[in-house]
Design a binder for this molecule. Structure first.
Ligand SMILES: Nc1ncnc2c1ncn2[C@@H]1O[C@H](COP(=O)(O)OP(=O)(O)OP(=O)(O)O)[C@@H](O)[C@H]1O
Ligand SMILES: [Mg+2]
Length: 459
């Protein structure tokens, strides 16, 4: 049995052809496990599918698999999301499917908010069926109900290719040899800002501390045995040329941002691999070569780097077209700048040997800057001047101020059952969901994204 979205011309055809005759059977819901038109007070659900045959225990979340809302193909699904949120939160149900036949979306509800976790066009439903089954198939939901710590994997991607994509993919390294200046905070939130604007973003973590990997929600496990990053991370990309390509290693960020972003994770095992990779000259260009295969899949690639001058920093600077140097503009960070400059010089020499243009420095980015009024009035302008005058480096116009919301969004946790899990968010999602004082910080990242887009020619 196949599905052809062309056959759904109105709401009732979406209900019968897509949902009743195609999706529900494929997802493992036999006719005795779902009901159409179910009423709870003022709420009227189009479909309610159950994980067990005896519906509705005291806790509906433990027996209901899925709420399905069908709309006419002429309706824009965006307009129905708040209604679905209302249904899922007021009845405390986990999964909602929203479709008009031309598009299908799956939302997941927890802590009174809903997150888009899957999205595809009507035409793609058939191809994406294995993914859809893994999220809302009856058996898969049942399994997750038995181990409540298992959250569904997010596979949502923006589906509309924006027309502003004229040129090919641009790669930006975020680097400074000084630690703790905000490289990871800038990498992850700049990636989030660009993704919010509709750009297709890949974030690469090439630091053994794996902080960007953590920040994008990929370290939700509590015990080493559950570590699924060890065997699929950035090391696999750079340690061999013939296999382990980007599409095999990449993950989707988890509950990090709307829309989510693609991430190549890092792992503590980068430390073990470091000396082998350093000896092999070829390891320096493998990431660059492999990224060429995904040139049409992403608009912007952002690489978060370690605070050192090692093989991983080399790979990042050889691979990137552009460089941003976050700095708190304090004396130690400043004194690291000549070393960064020399490093860039060496890298550029190296780049010419394989016909690559020098890396383009977008500038030093003032980051973690105090919001104290006197500081901003008297000290900050002097600190900014020093970058151009003494260190002869360009300074970016945007400023990332020191905002507690940024560390809070990184350190957010969620309690599921008895266990507390990391639940980090981009500053945008944090501002939307949790803390509206994060808005100011989100705006600062939005301004940074605009500056970056202009400077790399995507605007
Ligand atoms: N603008 C900011 N406002 C408030 N806190 C910040 C800001 N930027 C970074 N931080 C906090 O400072 C610490 C270091 O930041 P971050 O990890 O981004 O720096 P880094 O340069 O990547 O560090 P490393 O060199 O170790 O990789 C983190 O706890 C982070 O939450
Ligand atoms: Mg970092």
């Amino acid at each position: 049995m196949t599905f052809n979205p062309e056959l759904c011309r109105n709401e009732s055809e979406v209900e019968s052809k897509l949902i009743v005759h195609y999706l529900l059977p494929k997802l493992g819901y036999s006719p005795d496990t779902w009901h159409q038109e179910v009423k709870f007070g003022k709420i009227r659900l189009d479909f309610l599918a159950f994980t067990q045959k005896l519906p509705f225990t005291a806790n509906p979340r433990s027996s209901v698999g899925l709420v399905i809302e069908a709309k006419s193909p002429r309706r824009n699904l965006d307009k129905h999301v708040s209604q679905l949120r209302n249904y899922l939160t007021s009845l405390n149900l986990a999964y909602g499917l929203l479709t008009n036949g031309k598009e299908l979306r799956i939302y997941y509800q927890f802590a009174d908010t809903i997150q888009l976790i899957f999205r595809c066009t009507g035409k793609d439903i058939e191809d994406r069926l294995p993914d859809i089954i893994k999220i809302i198939g009856r058996d898969f939901i049942k399994e997750r109900l038995q181990s409540p710590q298992l959250l569904p994997q997010v596979t949502a991607k923006p589906i509309v290719a924006k027309s502003h994509r004229m040129s090919s993919m641009k790669t930006i390294a975020i680097y400074h040899n000084k630690g703790g200046v905000g490289k990871t905070t800038v990498s992850t939130n700049l990636a989030a800002a660009l993704s919010k604007k509709g750009y297709r973003v890949l974030l690469i973590d090439i630091d053994a501390q794996a902080n960007s990997t953590f920040a994008t929600g990929l370290v939700k496990f509590q015990f080493e045995e559950e570590d699924d990053l060890r065997d699929r991370n950035i090391c696999d990309l750079i340690s061999t040329a013939e296999k382990n390509f980007v599409h095999e290693i990449v993950r989707t960020s988890q509950y990090f941002n709307n829309p989510e972003i693609d991430v190549i994770p890092a792992h503590i095992n980068l430390i073990d691999k470091q000396s082998d990779l350093t000896t092999a000259m070829a390891s320096r260009t493998r990431l660059l070569n492999k990224l060429k295969h995904v040139n049409n899949s992403y608009d912007v690639v952002i690489i978060d780097t370690p605070p050192s001058r090692d093989i991983y920093a080399e790979v990042a600077l050889i691979t990137a077209d552009y460089l941003i140097i976050p700095s708190d503009l304090k004396p130690f960070a400043n004194q690291g700048l000549p070393t960064v400059k020399n490093f860039i010089k060496d890298i550029n020499e190296n780049r010419t040997t394989f016909g690559r243009e020098p890396i383009e420095l977008l500038g030093v980015l003032a980051s973690k800057i105090s919001t104290n009024a006197r500081f901003i009035q008297y000290t900050f302008p002097k600190q900014r001047d020093v970058i151009g005058k003494r260190y002869e480096m360009p300074l970016m116009e945007s400023v990332i101020y020191d905002r507690t919301a940024l560390s809070e969004s990184f350190n957010k946790t969620i309690v599921v059952g008895e266990v507390e899990y990391p639940d980090p968010k981009s500053i945008f999602k944090y501002a939307d969901e949790v803390n509206s004082t994060a808005q100011t910080s989100a705006m600062e990242f939005e301004i940074l994204a605009e500056e970056v887009l202009t400077k790399i020619g995507l605007k």
